[in-house]
Every structure is written in C-alpha cells, then in structure tokens.
Design a binder for this molecule. Sequence first.
Ligand SMILES: Nc1ncnc2c1ncn2[C@@H]1O[C@H](COP(=O)(O)OP(=O)(O)OP(=O)(O)O)[C@@H](O)[C@H]1O
Ligand SMILES: [Mg+2]
Length: 353
Amino acid sequence: MAKTSIIGLDIGSTAVCAAELTFGSGGPGKSTPTLTALANVPLPMGALQDGEVVDPNTVAQAIRTAWDQGKFSSKDVVVGVGNQRVIIREADLPWQPLDGLKKSLPYQAQQLLPTAAGDALLDFVPTGEYHNEDGRFVQGLFVAAIRETVTANVLAAEAAGLRPLMVDLNPFAIQRALGHGELQNHTVAFVDVGARITNVVIAERGQPHFVRVIPHGGQEATDTVAHVMSATAVEAERMKREIGVGYQVSSDRAHIADALLNSTTKLIEAIRSTFVYYSSKNLGAPIDVVTLSGGGALLNGFGQYLSSATRLPVQLGNPFENVKVAKGVNLGSLQGSEQTATVALGLAYGVAQ
Ligand SMILES: Nc1ncnc2c1ncn2[C@@H]1O[C@H](COP(=O)(O)OP(=O)(O)OP(=O)(O)O)[C@@H](O)[C@H]1O
Ligand SMILES: [Mg+2]
C-alpha cells in the first residue's frame, strides 16, 4: 500500500494549527507516523467566540497563511469541531446493527438531549455491548453537533481554498494524539485546556468512554489579570505566565496573584466536578492518571494544582512524542508549547486508527 498523508486543521480561539502526518504502508495505526508539515498562525481576538468561528474572513486569511508557511502536500483536510454546541453523551441503546442504530438517532436525540437539539448532525460511536434481563444493549457515545457550528468551520476552510474531507471531534482527536504506549492499559483523563474551551475525555484502555466540553479556559485568567492591573491583554498574558498559581509573590503583586488563583480555581473546580460526575455514574474504571494538553495547561503550577484538587497523578502530554519529525519541519513558535498542537495532530491520525 502506498504512503498516505492526512492533514488535520484545528481552528482554535487563539490560533489556527495544521499538521500533516504521513503513514507508511498499512496506513494509520500500523507504524509510527511522520510529521511532514506543520503550521501555527495566531488569530486575533474576536475571530472566534466561545470556540465558534464568527469572523470567517479573518480565519480564512490565517489558514491561507498557514498553507503558505507549512508546505502541505495537499488541500484535503480533516477539520476539527468542539465547543459547547457539540454535545457528546454516554448512552446505552437497545442493540441493533450499527446502520439501523444510526437511522434511529433522530428519535433517540429527543430522549437523550437535555434541550432541543435544533438542526443537529447526529452520530453514535459504539464502545461496547452487554446483556441483561431486558436484552442486548450497545454502549457508546451519542454525538449531536449543531449544524451551524460545524458549517462555520467547514466554510472557513473552504474560503481559504481547502477541501474539507471530513469533520472530526476535537475531544477524540486529543485522545488519539496522546493516548499511546502505557496509557493504552489504563483509564486516562485527557484534559485539553484551551483559551475558551476545555475538553475532557476519559478513555479506558484506549477507548473513549466519556466526554465533556467545559466552556472555560486560560483566557479567563488573562482577562481577570488585565482587569485588576488595568493592563492590555498582552501585558496581562505576560504577567499571568510569570506569576502562575501556587507560588510566592511580592506584596505588590499579591492582588494579581489572588485574582489569577480565583479564576484558575473555577476552572480546576469544573474539571474536578466532571471527574466526580464520571465516578458517581460508574461509567467505567476509576481514573488512573490525568494527561494535560492545550496552552492553558502550561500555566505554571496548573498541573500541581489539579493534582492536589483531584488527588490524581497529573502529567503533561506531548503530541510530538509519538511521531517522527521530518527534516525541514520547523516547530517554530510551537517550541516549548507543543501541547497547543495536540488537536491538529490528533485530527491528522484520521478516524481509521
Ligand atoms: N506558557 C503558558 N503559560 C500560561 N498560559 C499559556 C501558556 N501558553 C499558552 N497559554 C494559554 O493557553 C491558551 C491558548 O491555548 P490553546 O492554543 O490550546 O487554545 P486554543 O486552541 O487557541 O483555544 P480553544 O481551544 O479554547 O478554542 C491561552 O489562554 C494562553 O493564555
Ligand atoms: Mg484548542
């Protein structure tokens, strides 16, 4: 079989990130892929709102710049989606062949969705099955993505001259990018902290069982710091990175450190209560380890704070660890913040893995 390449495109709140993985014979999953192209182009504030594209022209321009920089072999891309309007819920449905099951989703949606889904794209990802006195059931993740939010990403890619081959879910991409080696034998909570969105994916032995999208991220801490310092966003961002959480500061900075801690505590609490919900529902084995990604997880002290709040070991994932990086591919601005490329790389693994 010839070599295959897949390009993943992550449209995040702060940057467009695209990554191309090339797979040897056998395709995805059979050998270590090679990262053959990569680009990361910052987006101005306001291009996305709550993780959704609201200024498609600006986003398209950033994607074009990414293609100018990145030496991608094609314009065919897998586009990621993931925000609060993409709902993923665990569901047990009466067993039937997958075809029939998927046809029944509009009916299931009425039962499973907390509010009317509106015009939603529906899918079901089976994760297991079981028998009990009521019969045979299939377990899985029910996906409802509001069409508008998916279309916005696809249109931005098309406006940049790309051909979206497929839309994939960011949470699944995160697990594919980081869930390698030993992690395949454990129950792992992957937590990707973005600027506005935090994705939580709990996978048991390599299989995602539970997904939540938390509508908070690292930008809120920056906003708070900007507010208490009466500073620009750039200054506040610098200060946030310098101070971190859980470190001693001089008294003139105490009010900034307090504000930063308060904002971060809200996010840590949201993550912790997501874990508590997962445990209380007995959806699977207890979490063994937390793997962090996304730029928000790079905040100094964040990992330690999450570890003490959840009493779980927390490690930083690195999406480049499981790929070979081709000569000539420059990590550029991603050097030192590799975690922000997690979704793009995960999308490039494709769904066939
Ligand atoms: N070294 C760092 N220390 C602290 N915070 C950082 C660091 N690097 C990046 N961040 C924060 O990470 C966030 C951006 O992360 P990321 O690139 O993963 O988000 P995004 O994908 O653009 O956004 P989203 O996923 O929410 O749409 C910003 O809030 C930024 O302040
Ligand atoms: Mg992101």
